[in-house]
Design a protein around this ligand. Sequence first.
Ligand code: NOJ
Length: 542
Amino acid sequence: MNATTLLALIATLLGLSCSNVGDATTVTQRRFPNDFLWGVASSSYQVEGAWDADDKGESIWDHLTHNFPEKIADKSNADTTSDSYHQWRQDVQMVRQLNVNIYRFSIAWPRILPTGYMNHISNKGIKYYSNLIDELLRYNITPMVTIYHWELPQRLQELGGWTNPEIIPVFKDYARLLFELFGGRVKIWTTINEPWHVCEHGYGVDYMAPSYDYPGIPSYLCGHNLLKAHAEVVHMYRNEYQAKQRGKIGITLDVSWPEAKTNSDEDKEASERAMQFYVGWFGHPIFSKRGNYPQVMIDRIAGMSKEQGFTRSRLPSFTLEEIHLIRGTSDFFGINSYTTNLVTPNGHNNTGNFRIPSYNHDMGVVEEQDPEWPGSGSPWLKAVPFGMYKLLMWIKREYNNPPIIVTENGVSDKGGLEDYARVDYYNSYLTSVLDAIEEGANVKGYIAWSLMDSFEWKAGFTEKFGLYHVDFNHPDKIRTPKVSAKVFAKICETNVIDWHYRPQVDPIVIMNARRSASGASINLACLSTVLLSLLLVNLMRR
Ligand code: NOJ
């Protein structure tokens, strides 16, 4: 018996741990294909901190959190957050301990180009990412870089951000610089993370920076420019870099699976329409055979725009040349998905209480969730694994079975190391991924969100998604593995989902985490556990 096992045993005897063993009726072991890729993810604004270190420029999230703190649940910002700008070596060790093949992270545009433009290139910013990439490669971990995970330089926002077509050449310059600097070492790129969020939540409603709250028009302009910018970058990569750098490039879309509320034709139609509005908006132009926006979006938005007195559709149209330019510009289908909604059409005459015009009114689908579904630390996120299976099968059918990478999946809670609910979530969602693989979906990899607790956008620090706990009150932002980190590490090592594997947290680790969270007050129960443990360990050594 080693010391760790002994400590765990003692903890069990003292009733300090709480492993509620998995449902005995579940199949206990499922195996992924041998070449399946495992990864873990983070994003620059959420983990780096050092918001104004060296010559970094202001991003739209710096701007939003500093000027409108009331828009963030706990009025916080990511000025320091998990401090990965300084703790990156430790981050890599954490990634290593998870036994993953891939670390997916993003580059902060204003850290590399403080003004957004090429007139000012930050050597310090470059050095940071260069070091991170080298450190990952040292341990055989593949860096997967997201070029844009929501950190637009504020100066570009002042020009209209993604609603201004000027963004296209500027984004291309930024991407070119990244290929030049890092392309020799980075073999998987994604251009943009979750375009739907960037456009609808950034411009249509007041949810994400830049917080426009201007429904029905700018989100479609954003989508239009974003698709062209993405396509230009992919063509540039393919024409000028791919042959020598031998990497892959793609995009990451997102959706919560829209399950028809009932078996009625109307609800099934609402589900399909929601998929086309959420995924098809960006997916159809890139992944479908025909290209262009989904016909249902083109028709509905044109029809409603006309009724509303607009002279042309609020959804801009592509030229034939642009349709060809965008079609086929992704080497894989990156998908982020966390939950499921129940959907039904928005009344017979689309007369619900949506704002008019708006994206939601254009889509005409009402979403809700079953209160019986298991919840999480986020109001929008319920654990409904069948949604993941249905989503992967939909992508397979709709886009001719493309290679898929689940680029994000995970669950939030309110904190703590004994996150057995997260363990259940991963086991059940991975089971659904495996079901889809076994039915022919070409899923190549799965990337857990997230490596560590971090700034969760509008929710601030009130929702935790990490496999590693971060003590945000401690100056060193101490990281501690949660139970889920051990379980995920085992899955990545063995390729097997094992419902019976529910390890416990060492009492010393719990005690340290509690101590650092509460300043320094030592919990007496923990102290006695540790003293007893040390005594027994000493006895064993003799
Ligand atoms: C998707 C986003 O890419 C990520 O930044 C966010 O933290 C997770 N969803 C969870 O909300």
